[in-house]
Design a protein around this ligand. Sequence first.
Ligand SMILES: C[S@@+](CC[C@H](N)C(=O)[O-])C[C@H]1O[C@@H](n2cnc3c(N)ncnc32)[C@H](O)[C@@H]1O
Length: 284
Amino acid sequence: LSTQDVRAYYDSFGEREWARLEDPSDGAVEFAVTCHALDTYLPTGARVLDLGGGPGRYSLWLAERGHRVVLADISPTLLDIARTKVAQSNSGGLVETIVEVDARDLSRWSDDAFDAALALGPFYHLLDPLDRERAAAELVRVLRPGGVAFVALMPRYAFLRRTLAVADERRHLKDPVFVERVLEEGTFVNDVPGRFTAGYGVRPEDVAPFFEGHGLATHALLACEGIVPDLQEDLAETMRDDPAAYRQVLDVVLRTASDPSILGMSAHLLYVGRKQLESNGITE
Ligand SMILES: C[S@@+](CC[C@H](N)C(=O)[O-])C[C@H]1O[C@@H](n2cnc3c(N)ncnc32)[C@H](O)[C@@H]1O
């Protein structure tokens, strides 16, 4: 997979990528879980790298809370949308830079440049293990000691479930090579034009050791869709018809998001880890 495929896929997304996080039939639960983690683990007044930040939904959320933000992504189209959204926002002044960058090469920033870094997108598009190693090393390098990383991942079962859910992709499930590659390597490759191009799926139990090997101490691994993956339509109906019940569901999702028994069945995972202090290896 080349970065061009990923770029072209997200370029084609446009405004949809901005809208999905406020849509209860799409990414609203993922947004709630992620923002709750950001609220919990971010220091006040942080300088934050939003890597793979796309159209800037999280960058602006952070700016509205007084953080300084650098937004980086490989999709020029999504970055253009971000520029417009930032210009329209009262808090846009706190978005320092919006720049085209590949997560595998953060050389434009020095070591220790950020108090926190989000990578909500790049890691599940890196199929080559060496690319994932490079991206993790770069992410940790630009964090100051004690700085916090928030990384989105996809569990490998999510790729099989979405293949079943999409009528003209379902035929892939008959192909034993396709299934084996997802289950054994975590590699998902899609030959249907215009769709989720290709991805890497994790085993939840491998996530913390991977990032700990790059110098992070683990705070949390969360199921972004919690106990409600694939129930988005029911959630949207509940939000419309019974907002109190909807709020209750969200509360349960937040309380149970780190339950190991649900991690592998989520569509996305969020890893939170803190860069170890170099001198003594302990966290702040
Ligand atoms: C699903 S979108 C998420 C966008 C945003 N973080 C959000 O949650 O709304 C994934 C993003 O990761 C970006 N991306 C994928 N691979 C990348 C890479 N190697 N370097 C930088 N950005 C990348 C895509 O262009 C896209 O904007």
